[in-house]
Design a protein around this ligand. Structure first.
Ligand code: ADE
Length: 519
């Protein structure tokens, strides 16, 4: 079939799945409006969780960013750009949709489309490589997505299979706009050598993205144009068809050498039409790359013989491939992942569940409780004995006399008092500590000092303490699982009650009190 005329490129009829997923319109959301489930992905200063909106039961992916980490690493601009780019793309297919954002005193939350079928890298790994039909289909979707980015002046700069998610119909949803550049009408640099075809300014930038997919011009003159994403597209097509990275070596430095020398090879019997397309995208001179100089982007890509039998208007629905059927069958056999919420639910209503995973998100509840009685030193419990909501008290508000009074009560009524060297216990709870194959259940005691002791509750023997230095930090992996990371060891912990986030918050509060900064 011949390609459609490309002067006027029709947008695909792909339906938006977004209306179905729309969170309940209401006042500003908070973390308590969602039940947080398993971790979907980890970034350097964010974690993406599967989450269910309490009222609608709809699933979302919520990206949770740690404010103090962002500020410490001076990444505020990245977050703002990510939000701006996602907002510019809400009505375009093939991108994760940003439904809303909110924040509390510690975290920023991006409520995004949940891509049910993982990412393109997982699909490539599962199948070994993709057949021509499926590769062609995904390349069409990628080209349409890149056209939308180009039209809006957005350069993704980190296009790679891990950032190409797959929705319930196995259509692509590009994500992770943390490295994005948004071109606006700012002064040009290097105006004299500005290519005629490039309608937007080019700027100098530091290296962003992932080594294997980075374009040569980013390595040499650090110039960013939309053609960066075209280079990455070439790498992704190569990877879909071969199952391998196009530029692979033992270090970033060696990878960069290969990129700068265009050093890549095709396996035997590789399709000529596919290699021709890839070769035309992997061109060192950015403005010579296929599509880079199009007056109607990306007409020249659409016109490449690789797409000869494509009806561009028909892209959408389910990708055509027998191999996908096998993936779907395998997935069905693996069982329904909704379990990750259901297991957390028994006995709890939605409101409690939201608290269970998001209870530390509300600033009024985020500090420690010290109401003087040893039983209520469990800081997870916001209810006093008479049922009233406890006003949490900040650790810094404790006067020496109050500490003494509490200590004397602890001395009389806590069986752990002697084991914690007379330090005031701020929080205690049973956690499973993983070491080797078998986790051990231990009573963890967070005390002034600061210390985290752990005791065998059966034998009442102090088993050790987690060395607390300025570098200690807590990483939540799941509503039950969290790690306490110290310079020499990472403690893998699991709260059977599911209050991992609360442990993180309480430890961070104590850390902040002693070290004057959040971990
Ligand atoms: N991993 C990272 N982001 C995701 C998303 N939006 N959906 C599914 N998995 C993800």
């Amino acid at each position: 079939m011949t390609p459609t005329p490309t002067n006027h490129i029709n947008r695909t009829p792909k339906q938006q799945t977004t209306e179905l997923q729309q969170p309940q319109p209401s006042a500003k959301k908070t973390a308590n409006d969602f039940i947080f489930g398993k971790t979907l992905g980890d970034g350097s200063f964010s974690t993406v969780y599967l989450a269910k909106e309490v009222h609608t039961k709809k699933e979302f992916a919520i990206k949770v960013c740690d404010k103090s980490h962002i500020i410490r690493e001076k990444k505020q601009q990245y977050i703002l750009r990510e939000k701006e780019a996602l907002n510019m793309l809400v009505n375009d297919p093939y991108f994760v949709k940003l439904y809303c954002t909110f924040h509390d005193d510690r975290k920023l939350y991006f409520v995004l489309t949940y891509a049910k079928n993982g990412d393109l890298l997982q699909l490539i790994k599962r199948l070994g490589s993709l057949d021509m039909k499926l590769t062609q289909y995904y390349t069409c979707e990628l080209v349409i997505a890149l056209e939308a980015l180009k039209a809006k002046g957005i350069i993704h700069r980190d296009l790679k299979p891990e950032n190409i998610l797959l929705d319930e119909n196995f259509n692509i949803l590009i994500t992770d706009f943390g490295s994005t550049k948004i071109l606006k009408q700012e002064p040009l640099i290097n105006n004299t050598d500005q290519s005629q075809s490039e309608q937007v300014p080019r700027r100098r930038n530091s290296f962003v993205g992932t080594a294997n997919y980075v374009s040569p011009e980013l390595l040499t003159d650090k110039l960013t144009t939309h053609a960066c994403d075209l280079w990455a597209l070439g790498c992704v097509i190569y990877q879909m068809l071969t199952g391998k990275l196009c530029f692979l070596a033992g270090s970033d430095h060696l990878i960069f050498n290969k990129i700068l020398n265009r050093q890549y090879e095709y396996p035997d019997n590789f399709s000529n039409v596919a290699s021709d397309l890839i070769d035309k995208l992997l061109v060192i001179e950015a403005d010579q790359r296929l599509g880079a100089s199009d007056s109607v982007p990306y007409a020249s890509i659409r016109n490449h013989p690789f797409f000869d039998d494509v009806i561009w208007d028909n892209i959408g629905g389910m990708p055509p491939s027998d191999s996908l059927e096998k993936v779907i069958l395998d997935k069905n056999e693996e069982g329904d992942e909704k379990d990750c919420f259901e297991k957390a639910e028994p006995g709890l209503n939605n409101r409690q569940m939201a608290r269970l995973v998001g209870l530390s998100m509300d600033s009024s509840e985020s500090t420690l409780i010290y109401d003087g009685s040893v039983e209520s030193l469990n800081l997870d419990n916001n209810q006093t004995k008479n049922g009233k909501e406890d006003k949490r008290k900040n650790i810094a508000d404790l006067t020496p006399i109050q500490i003494e009074t509490r200590l004397s009560m602890q001395r009389r009524s806590s069986k752990y008092h002697d084991l914690v060297e007379g330090n005031l216990i701020l929080k205690q709870g049973l956690l499973d500590k993983k070491k080797g194959i078998r986790p051990r259940r231990r009573m963890f005691l967070l005390t002034l000092g600061p210390h985290i002791y752990y005791v065998d509750p059966q034998t009442m023997v102090l088993k050790g303490q987690i060395p607390w230095t300025e570098d200690l930090r807590v990483e939540v992996k799941h509503f039950r699982k969290f790690d306490i990371v110290t310079p020499n060891r990472t403690y893998l912990l699991e709260d059977p009650e599911g209050y991992a986030l609360q442990w993180q918050q309480d430890i961070e509060d104590v850390h902040e009190f002693y070290f004057n900064k959040k971990p």
